[in-house]
Design a protein around this ligand. Structure first.
Ligand SMILES: NC(=O)C1=CN([C@@H]2O[C@H](COP(=O)(O)OP(=O)(O)OC[C@H]3O[C@@H](n4cnc5c(N)ncnc54)[C@H](OP(=O)(O)O)[C@@H]3O)[C@@H](O)[C@H]2O)C=CC1
Ligand SMILES: O=C(O)CCC(=O)C(=O)O
Ligand SMILES: [Mg+2]
Length: 748
């Protein structure tokens, strides 16, 4: 033997089941993945990390056996530490409280005996329950799985396609009144303090009241040597004064008001900020009915929807008075940007419908406009209280006003290398974020009693601690150098030396860059506004620039540039090389597109584009080929790449319009082109023979299959639920072509 026989390990890819549009798309695409991957000896295992599954897993101990659900997310989290792990991760809902209440309602209606969410817990039992539900709230999935830094980019074929087939871009006028507003003091940026630990230690987070009484907010937090920690707060007083000023300014100057936060991902701090915006906008309403609202359990952090929800139970006359007082606010306040102007749903309705990473780029792509209450697109004052990152948007708006909108046929591309691993920076601050109950000071104290960081705070301030470990920073610098070298593209670290946290980061970046051979690579460090300006000057000239950023800018920039360059961030390749050696392949850089579900249910058309899934699958197969020595997987990856390019070239991506090719149709074409490419290649004869019958039958039946997939549209369909749709009903809707289904089944 002498090791001559090549041993091929059994390979496995884990495919996640998530929510909304991507879950529906999976019902159609997963059978294709299973059929094709099976030919290379790859098992495709599913892992249900949907919001529904996560809620049910939380209460597994109190559900009957036939309703118990395993804790798939924790298991996946454990697997990220295993070098053999290969996960394809689709976008999932990061739930706000109103969404959590809606899903609890749906699950209870389906016979799952789970408790209501205690919004205002009084007893210890209710407090424990709120904590339990807290684990599924907000961005509860991504931080668990992202045990590596982020590499997001537009693949060459996708960028070329966008250049040849540009999406529409709204016109930017120099007379546009759109601008970004942020706090000038009293925000996290203004108060931030930061340091790098010279030795490992354990710390407590403490609040010291004016009378000297100490409350431990968090106990025994273990920190590593070389870790950067920060302490910062946002002043409630200054935030509310700022919001009042900005609303008055918008009213006086006749510009619309829009509010952009990330209440889903920044699940503790931003709902509070959002709640202040609601209370300030509807100040008269809350002043007059505040006591009643408190009794009813209205929570402004859940948006105006909470007022609507709770006044339902009131007698008609009181309800009408409240609604009339609510409408009176609109007379005094500026127009609000809308989510759905037909239904009167505004930007302040719920905290999850306007999410900054997607909302600002969509506005910039539309020429600086958002929908107004009258259903018309208008200029807006985009309010983003926290100044740390808001300034990049003003910079790009200035640029668009001067140079006009970007031209997708000529503009360069901006890939991103993002610091993300091990819950880096603000992203991991949720369990260290506190709303201050009184005036006093907060401090981070080590076990020897040394105060590491301390600051004075007032009642209502939002204080938080962030941390970033040293190993992820080293890995991030390495990834940046690697991407710069492999793509022969300049890389810019977007770091601001006047921000204490980033000043600490700069020291480490400068140190760790020395570990690499930098000959021939162009690496710079620039403050955020300068980095933005530099990158935009280059984009305009068709030049590419890698942005190397911290976690929040990773999120912002990987929607911003793709939406301008490609029309959507769904077309991004989104790789997370896990630090333990495995691979996490995310599909696109966007979310779960709730609007798409509505169109499917009403008109049986799913406009979700699975290009992100195709790209992730290809990268996952390439990873399998290398890590498992699976040569067939390499052939599958190569042919999938060809099929994806052909799908783009032949215009078989889903259309937005009902009656035209949709998600299901585009999956058919991917399968057809992939089978044809496999049947034609000669690198692996067994695969060639295996796929020839499928290629022949799909080619022969193209018209019939596509006919079924498109003519069935235009009528309402029932999928038996929103958060936990019925599996059989979804299958029926998403896989309507028997001929296609049988052809795939015959491959096994
Ligand atoms: N990786 C993850 O898990 C992420 C999850 N999220 C979560 O997703 C949900 C929705 O977030 P939201 O901010 O609305 O952002 P989305 O990215 O879901 O939606 C914004 C818009 O982008 C377009 N879009 C996104 N993906 C696709 C796709 N595959 N094909 C075609 N168009 C696409 C759609 O435009 P149009 O309607 O014009 O067709 C959509 O309405 C939230 O619960 C959020 O927390 C958000 C980001 C990442
Ligand atoms: O985790 C989330 O809530 C959103 C993640 C996101 O928007 C991103 O990674 O781009
Ligand atoms: Mg994002």
């Amino acid at each position: 033997m002498h090791g001559e026989r090549m041993t091929v390990k059994k390979s496995k890819i884990i495919y996640t089941l998530t929510d909304e549009a991507p879950l529906l798309a999976t019902a159609s695409f997963l059978p294709i993945v299973e059929a094709f991957a099976g030919a290379a000896g790859i098992d495709v295992e599913v892992s249900d990390i949907s919001l529904a599954s996560r809620v049910l897993a939380t209460f597994a101990d109190q559900l009957p056996d036939d309703q118990k659900v395993p804790d798939a997310l924790s298991e996946l989290g454990r697997l990220t530490q295993n070098p053999e792990t290969n996960i394809i991760k689709l976008p999932n809902i990061s739930a706000s409280v109103p969404q959590l209440k809606a899903i609890i309602n749906e699950l209870q209606g389906k016979g799952f005996d789970i408790p209501n969410y205690p919004e205002d817990p009084q007893t210890d039992e209710e407090k424990a329950l709120q904590q339990k539900y807290g684990k599924v709230l907000g961005s509860a999935v991504n931080p668990v799985l992202r045990e590596g830094n982020s590499d997001r980019r537009a693949p060459k074929a996708v960028k070329e396609y966008a250049k040849k087939n540009p999406h529409s871009m709204g016109k930017w006028s120099q007379a546009s009144r759109t601008h970004v507003s942020h706090m000038r003091s009293g925000d996290f940026y203004s108060s931030e303090k930061s340091l790098t630990l010279d030795k490992a230690c354990k710390v407590n987070i403490e609040f010291v009241a004016k009378n000297g009484e100490v409350t431990v907010l968090k106990k025994g937090l273990a920190l590593q040597e070389g870790e950067i920690i920060d302490s910062m707060f946002m002043s409630k007083k200054q935030l509310c004064a700022y919001l009042e000023d900005e609303m008055n300014d918008a009213k006086e100057t006749g510009v619309m008001f829009s509010f952009h936060v990330k209440a889903t991902m920044m699940k503790v701090s931003h709902p509070i900020v959002f709640g202040h915006a609601v209370k300030v906008y509807y100040k008269d309403l809350f002043e007059k009915h505040g006591k009643l609202f408190d009794e009813l359990g209205v929570n402004p952090n859940d948006g105006l929807s909470s007022v609507y929800e709770h006044i339902e139970k009131l007698p008609a006359s009181i309800k009408e008075e409240i609604l009339s007082d609510m409408h009176a606010c609109y007379e005094k306040r500026p127009e609000l940007a809308m989510v759905d102007s037909a239904k009167g749903i505004s930007n302040l309705h719920t905290p999850n419908e306007v999410i900054v990473d997607a909302s600002m780029p969509a506005m910039i792509r539309a020429g600086g406009k958002m929908w107004g209450p009258d259903g018309k697109m208008k200029d807006t004052k985009a309010v983003m209280p926290e100044s740390t990152f808001a300034r990049i948007y003003q910079e790009i708006i200035n640029f668009c006003k001067t140079h006009g909108e970007f031209d997708p046929t000529t503009m360069g591309t901006v890939p991103n290398v993002g610091l993300m691993a091990q819950k880096a920076e603000e992203y991991g601050s949720h369990d260290k974020t506190f709303e201050m109950k009184a005036d006093g000071s907060t401090r981070i104290v080590d076990e020897e009693g040394n105060v590491l960081l301390e600051m004075d705070v007032e009642e209502g301030d939002i204080w938080r601690m962030c941390q970033v470990k040293d190993a992820p920073i080293q890995d991030w610098v390495k990834l940046a150098v690697k991407r710069a070298r492999l793509s022969n593209t300049p890389a810019v670290f977007w770091l601001d030396k006047y921000r204490p946290h980033e000043n600490e980061l700069i020291k480490k970046v400068e140190k760790y860059l020395k570990d690499h051979d930098l000959t021939g690579v162009d690496i710079k460090i620039k403050s955020q506004t300068r980095a933005m300006r530099y990158t935009l000057e280059r984009i305009l000239r068709g030049k590419d620039t890698i942005s190397v950023t911290g976690n929040i800018l990773r999120d912002y920039l990987t929607d911003l540039f793709p939406i301008l360059e490609l029309g959507t961030s769904a077309k991004m390749l989104s790789i997370v090389p896990l630090m333990a050696g495995g691979g996490l392949f995310e599909t696109g850089a966007g979310g779960s597109a709730p609007k798409h579900v509505k169109q499917l249910i009403e008109e049986n058309h799913l406009r979700w584009d699975s290009l992100g899934e195709f790209l992730a699958l290809c990268a996952s197969l390439e990873h399998t080929a290398i890590s498992d020595g699976n040569a067939k997987a390499a052939v599958l990856a190569k042919t999938l790449d060809e099929a994806t390019a052909k799908l783009l070239d032949t215009g078989k991506s889903p259309s937005r319009k009902t009656g035209e090719l949709d998600n299901r149709g585009s999956h058919f074409y991917l399968a057809l082109y992939w089978a044809q490419a496999l049947a034609e290649q000669t690198e692996d004869e067994a695969l060639q023979t295996h796929f020839q019958p499928l290629a022949a039958s799909l080619t022969e039946n193209e018209e019939k299959i596509v006919g079924t997939l498109t003519t069935e549209q235009w009528h309402a369909v029932d999928i038996g639920g929103y958060y936990k749709p019925d599996v059989d009903k979804v299958r029926e809707v998403m896989r309507p072509s028997e001929i296609f289904n049988e052809a795939l089944a015959s491959l096994k």
